[in-house]
Structure formats: C-alpha cells, structure tokens
Unconditional design. Structure first.
Length: 308
C-alpha cells in the first residue's frame, strides 16, 4: 500500500505499521496475536492532495467486500479499514464509501469499517519501502497475489457499464495494429513505430481510454526501438501482471481504466528508478505540450514548467 500513495504529489511520507490491538509496541512476530492489523500512516499536504483523493486511491487498491483478509493474505491482520483523525475525515470517508457503493463497482456489499484511529505503531525498518528495497520480489508477489487481476476486472467492469467501447466499436476506432496490440497483446516492429524516436515534449495517453500514462520528461532512448520510459506519469493508472507466454517470466504493463495491453517493464532502466517501461506506440496517443490545455490535460502543465 505504500507505493501508490508515495508517488502522489503532496504526500510527504507513508509509513507501514500496526494498529488496533491490545499490546503496546507490537512487532512483526506478535502483532497479529492480539488484534493488530497491518496499516499505513500517510502524512500529506492538503493544499496539494485532498483527503478525498487519498480515499479514491485507497479504494482502488483493495477488495472492500472481503472480511477474511486481502487476496492471498488471509486472517484478521490483513483486513481493510479506514481510520480517521477528526470528524471531517470521518464524514468524507463515509461519503466516499456510500458513493462507491452507489456506483455498484463491486458485486458484494462494502464492509470496510470506518473507525476512529487508535495508536499507530511504525513497523520495523526493513518493512518500510519494501517495494523499493526488493523490487523484483515485490513485483512478482504482487502479480501472484491476484490483486491486480481482481482490481482490473472490477474497475474494468465499471468502465464497461459506462463508456467502454464494444468490440465492434473498437475495431472501427482503432487501426488493425492498434487493435492487435491493445486487445490481443500483440507487439509492433522495433524501430518501425510511431513514437520510438519522438523527442517532442508532451504526454502519452491510452489510445483507447485517453487516461494519462507517461510523460516525455521520463522518456529515454533505450536502444530497443520501442518508446521507453523510466516511470509512469500516474502510477495508479498502470497495472502490472506476470506474463509467461514466451517461456520466460516477464511483467506485462496494462492501463487500468482502458485495460489495454501496453508492453512490459524490465529492471534494466536508468537511475533513479532502474526500470524500463518498454511500450508499443500503437497503444499510445501523443498529446503535444502545446495542446495539453485544449485536450483536457492542463493539470499536467506545471510538470513541464518545473524543468527547462
């Protein structure tokens, strides 16, 4: 749960820990025995990121209908919860939960409790930023847990109930190559695609849904002949899952809302992430910097004003 919040602009820190049990200063060896659950404490700047935004990101990471844990992690220690600090947070959390229930994103009732926050105990140092310290192990654990598959299915269902295009409409809108790549997990030719050598400033969005995915600020020449990026623009818009199709273990990258196949991510990228998001141009639409405002992506203009 650290990763999606730490990469939000306005979040100062995310700390893993325990709360809700009877003993003081629990450790990883005993926290679950007396009722503590695993949790995170988020310190943020309200003028940059709202509590409502944090709630939205939270709902998109969990199964709020499961009382027995979360995905492969079973037991009370892994159950979900929202712990508020004041009455305003409680009201916002209740409103967020009710609105989510009304949208019928999940097939079952939402049972995630909203409770007054008890004392929070930070976990041991080796638990903090686990996804940074152990990126390969974290990625395969997350993929194998079933979480990404479940959430992509759930939120994809919401999209289908609303504006997601039918197969017929997709075939009309997309070129044969775009359809093959995004819907059938195809791969376009290296060095013979639209954006592999594109150096213009701007954003890369999902060709199907239009959700913002990557920025030219993070694009680099990987020498592979495909557009490559060191990190996503909005990590919450990216879904990663294990891919064993070529008799090897790879990590596939998909868009969350459009559920489009984009490409794969590898651990041979540049500092500071060490990642290479190797994508298909056919899965992307490029929005030049000059067109961000009129195309509805004006919120990202400050990113380009910070750098020369």
């Amino acid at each position: 749960m650290e990763k999606p919040f730490e990469q939000l602009d306005g979040v100062f820190s995310v700390t893993s820990g325990y709360l809700g049990g009877k003993t003081k200063n629990p450790t990883y060896e005993n926290y679950g025995a007396d009722g503590h659950i695993e949790a995170i404490e988020i310190v943020y700047t309200p003028t940059k990121v709202s509590y409502t935004k944090l709630l939205d990101v939270f709902w998109r990471q969990i199964d709020p209908t499961d009382s027995g844990g979360q995905f492969v992690d079973r037991g009370h220690a892994y159950t979900s919860g929202i712990f508020y600090l004041d009455e305003e947070q409680r009201q916002l959390a209740e409103k967020s939960k009710n609105e989510l229930a009304a949208r019928k994103v999940f097939a079952k009732p939402l049972i995630t409790p909203i409770l007054l926050a008890p004392i929070f105990y930070p976990a041991e140092d080796y638990h903090q930023d686990y996804y940074k310290k152990n990126p390969i192990r974290y990625r395969f654990y997350r993929n194998g847990s079933g979480r990404d598959h479940f959430l992509a299915k759930v939120w994809g269902k919401e999209k289908r109930m609303g504006e997601k295009l039918s197969e017929t409409e997709l075939r009309k809108r997309l070129t044969p190559l775009q359809y093959k790549v995004t819907q059938e997990e195809g791969t376009e030719p290296a060095f013979n695609n639209q954006f592999w050598d594109n150096k213009r400033p701007g954003l890369y969005v999902d060709i199907v849904s239009g959700e913002p995915l990557f920025s030219s600020l993070d694009k680099y020449d990987s020498g592979t002949g495909w557009p490559s990026f060191s990190k996503p623009l909005k990590p919450e818009n990216i879904v990663e899952r294990e891919d064993r199709k070529l008799f090897s273990r790879r990590v596939e990258v998909r868009s969350r809302e459009g559920n489009s196949h984009l490409g794969h991510v590898f651990n041979d990228g540049p500092p500071s992430t060490g990642l290479r998001y190797c994508l298909n141009s056919a899965a992307l639409r490029f929005i030049p910097l000059a067109d961000l405002e009129k195309e509805g992506y004006g919120e990202f203009l400050p990113l380009f004003q910070k750098k020369p």
